[in-house]
Design a protein around this ligand. Structure first.
Ligand code: ATP
Ligand code: MG
Length: 389
């Protein structure tokens, strides 16, 4: 009896037109995530199968891959009545259960017994051999049999996949990644909808520390476990930020700073052929995230800005951060460029005219170009992972 993993595709099965593209990308993403494993993968339009030496490890990694509905540890036997029954009875010897149900799906219509009849037949054999009962509504053990032309699959252990779409099916977006709680969650939610990521981090040394940067690298690496392709762009923001603080009235510094961040992000999106900007803004959370602030800050770019956590409460965001294991890193107390020299009374309803007036008092274009030209790129790609810190 051969043991293997069967993957049931997720939401992608509803996208009939691009089904092949979805499945091929999913296979590529799985290969990327299993780079350190010894395995073989084959797939068709309905299922994907993986054989390998450490199936438990592989299952743990597959749980992070978007586009998978469920992951099933199963046994493959020949499509032959006696062999199926004998195999099931032998597998059940190692299982502890009081109630069960058999569920048969017959995709191979050459198999002469109907699904219903086969479930009854197999159920009868199980009742003969073990001291157990049938429970069709709430069985402790669900014995599933899939009779297909390529073989029959027997399984009892089915794990939930992560759902969503294969990462990259929508192209790549630029995630503004700070060390806070919100932006890693925003990145995770975008990945789940099939958007691959590049990350952008603004650092202001010496006002922000190496520890603050390391924290962002750790967060990017955690997000990379869902992608395998992530690059982190680190922008040297000190000079531009200091110039803003010298030239702009205190209440407007955050508004102007964020307009500069968007301008830089837009340039990177264009330069790297990305599609959108993604960030962790949440409506009303701070002065720069009132709707009026968002309008004024957003007006420097025509690019769509995706804000996956815009309408979530902080507690809801924290729940996700805990689930994806970014929370403990995010709450490490290192400063971000947005939190240094925080004004006492940041403007809540900024005026666009004033922003333009203040910005025209210094040569920000040159400073922005300097930022873009001096970006440090840290690649987290799986095959380069040994080159990291
Ligand atoms: P917190 O969880 O503390 O709110 P945050 O990352 O959301 O952290 P905010 O000040 O609310 O911080 O910033 C809003 C968004 O702007 C962030 O979610 C992030 O997308 C972006 N941002 C802020 N600071 C930076 C930075 N230093 N580098 C890159 N993006 C940043
Ligand atoms: Mg925030």
């Amino acid at each position: 009896m051969k043991q293997l993993i069967m993957i049931k595709y997720g939401e992608l099965t509803t996208k009939k037109g691009n089904r092949n593209a979805f499945i091929k990308l999913l296979a590529k993403n799985i290969r990327n995530i299993l780079i350190d494993e010894d395995y073989e993968l084959i797939f068709d339009r309905v299922r994907m199968y993986i054989t390998g030496s450490n199936l438990d490890n592989i299952i743990d990694k597959l749980k992070l891959v978007f586009g998978i509905h469920s992951i099933v540890l199963c046994y493959e036997v020949n499509t032959n009545k006696e062999e199926i029954i004998k195999s099931v009875l032998s597998i059940l010897e190692n299982k502890n259960f009081n109630t069960f149900k058999v569920d048969t799906k017959r995709a191979d219509k050459n198999f002469s017994i109907s699904s219903m009849d086969f479930s009854k037949l197999l159920g009868g054999e199980i009742l003969k051999k073990f001291n157990v009962k049938v429970d069709v509504h709430n069985p402790e053990l669900l014995v599933q049999i899939e009779i297909r032309t390529e073989g029959t699959f027997i399984y009892m252990d089915e794990y939930d996949g992560s759902g969503g779409y294969p990462v990259g099916i929508q192209g790549t977006g630029l995630l503004m990644l700070s060390g806070g709680i919100d932006s890693p969650v925003a990145g995770y939610l975008a990945l789940k909808r099939g958007v691959d990521l590049e990350c952008l981090y603004f650092e202001s040394p010496p006002h922000t520390s190496q520890q603050a940067k390391n924290k962002v690298i750790t967060l990017a690496r955690k997000l990379n476990s869902y992608s395998g392709n992530i690059k982190l762009n680190v922008v040297p923001f000190t000079k531009l930020q200091e110039t803003i603080y010298k030239n702009v009235p205190e209440s407007y510094v955050i508004t102007i700073m964020r307009r500069m961040m968007y301008r830089i992000a837009q340039k990177i999106v264009k330069k790297h052929h990305l599609k959108v900007i993604i960030n962790g803004e949440s409506i009303g959370q701070v002065a720069s995230q009132t709707l009026t602030s968002m309008i004024v800050i957003n007006s420097v770019t025509n690019l769509p800005i995706i804000r996956p956590v815009a309408c979530m409460d902080k507690l809801e965001i924290i729940d996700v951060a805990r689930k994806i294991d970014t929370y403990d890193t995010s709450i490490l107390p290192y400063e971000d460029c947005c939190t240094i020299f925080l004004p006492k009374h940041p403007v809540i309803n900024p005026e666009l005219d004033k922003c333009i007036l203040y910005e025209n008092s210094f040569d920000y274009e040159t400073l922005i170009d300097e930022c873009v030209n001096n970006i440090e790129v840290i690649s987290l790609k799986n095959n380069l992972k040994n080159n990291l810190l």
